[in-house]
Design a binder for this molecule. Structure first.
Ligand code: NAP
Ligand code: GDD
Length: 323
């Protein structure tokens, strides 16, 4: 039986990846933070029912816990999905963002190097590492990376640490540069989920408006359950490297809003307001990916933009009273 550790197992991708690995016969060890309220809603169904799924308290900012878990389990694979993943919030807590998203990666890599060098390591890199306007699109692993947020800077540092441990120590340290990907399990403060939840509530008379920031930015939105399949494939390659995972299609936030409201028969102009508090000091105006490197290893996206919007709204319509 193969063993894997997932950091960030309580998150959107971590929960789908845990399900995928368990379905492939893995023993899965998930690292979760101790919080004062419950954050395990996305994995409760696994905790209670699957004997091959185990959880541990740990924090990427706490070397003792991470190193202890790695040296005890010495897994075949470590998927590093844990991160302070909100770009806007990273402007408000930049130091913590660097500690969790960059130093945390160093802690994992050092623990693997010292105590479990056979462990394959996957780093969750992000298209937010790109960001300069004027660079020819679509973006791939050769595109200049000049991040526009503390989150992007931290992810770029982690990207280079992963490369350096791969080249310097010969570790299987691999990475996927993933463009935005969504699902019903997306956190409620990311724009897609904020919109889908609001549309469901407005349609049912539970909310009267939706307040957003910049509607002109463009994002390449994919489907999280498909993107974790790419992560798994990247880890199964003979050699570690850099792989871009994207749909190759881009849409403005405004288009997402319009598609969402029109799906339930409403006009977004009647409900959407703009507030500068949701805008960022720096913005990445355009993201569109060239996923040739992932296509070469047999991965292709299937869910289309409008299907993603509809699936998220359908879910939120059915779960109106969920917290
Ligand atoms: P998410 O839903 O926000 O999940 C993040 C996970 O990281 C949560 O389980 C969170 O735990 C955990 N975490 C946060 N700080 C931590 C710390 N200090 N120590 C240990 N765990 C910590 O994010 P996601 O969308 O699943 O994304 C997964 C990874 O891919 C992240 O690294 C993200 O930056 C990256 N990424 C995401 C996208 C995307 O579009 N979704 C695109 C590119 C890259 P709590 O539940 O306790 O908060
Ligand atoms: N969150 C949010 N809330 N974003 C808004 C809002 C709002 O009210 N109004 C407009 N936006 C715009 C943001 O300015 C941004 O241009 C876009 O919507 C998407 O924002 P998010 O959904 O927060 O995602 P992100 O693109 O900043 O970051 C996500 O994708 C990255 C990969 O490119 C996150 O998942 C990151 O963790 C990930 O690395």
């Amino acid at each position: 039986m193969k063993t894997a550790i997932i950091s960030g197992v309580t998150g959107q991708d971590g929960s789908y990846l845990a399900e995928l690995l368990l379905s492939k016969g893995y023993e899965v060890h998930g690292i979760m933070r101790r919080l004062s309220s419950f954050a395990s809603g996305r994995i409760d169904h696994l905790v209670n029912s699957n004997p091959n799924f185990h959880t541990y308290y740990g924090d990427l900012c706490d070397g003792t816990s991470i190193t202890g878990i790695i040296s005890d389990i010495q897994p075949d694979e470590f998927y590093n999905l844990g991160a302070m993943s909100h770009v806007k919030v990273s402007f408000e807590i930049p130091q913590y963002t660097l500690e969790a998203n960059a130093v945390g990666v160093l802690i994992v890599l050092e623990a693997i190097r010292k105590f479990s060098p056979h462990t394959k390591f996957y780093q969750a890199s992000s298209s937010e590492m790109f960001g300069v306007p004027g660079v020819p699109a679509p973006y791939n692993e050769n595109t200049p990376m000049i991040p526009q947020s503390p989150y992007g800077v931290a992810k770029l540092a982690a990207y280079h640490l992963t490369r350096q441990y791969r080249e310097g120590y010969g570790l299987f340290a691999t990475t996927g540069i993933l463009f935005n990907h969504e699902s019903p399990r997306r956190g409620g403060t990311f724009v897609t989920k904020k919109i889908s939840q609001a549309v469901a509530r407005i349609k049912n008379g539970m909310q009267d408006s939706l307040v957003l920031g910049n509607l002109d930015a463009k994002r390449d939105w994919g489907w999280s359950p498909e993107f974790v399949e790419a992560i798994y494939l990247i880890m199964q390659q003979e050699k570690p490297g850099v792989f871009v995972v994207a749909t190759g299609e881009t849409h403005t936030i405004r288009e997402f809003v319009e598609e969402a409201f029109s799906y339930v028969g409403l006009d977004s102009k009647d409900y959407v307001r703009i507030d500068d508090k949701y805008k960022r000091p720096n913005e990445v105006p355009l993201l569109i990916g060239d996923a040739s490197s992932s296509k070469k290893i047999g991965w292709e996206p299937k869910m289309k933009f409008h299907e993603i919007v509809h699936a998220m709204i359908d879910y939120d319509m059915e779960h109106l009273n969920d917290k």
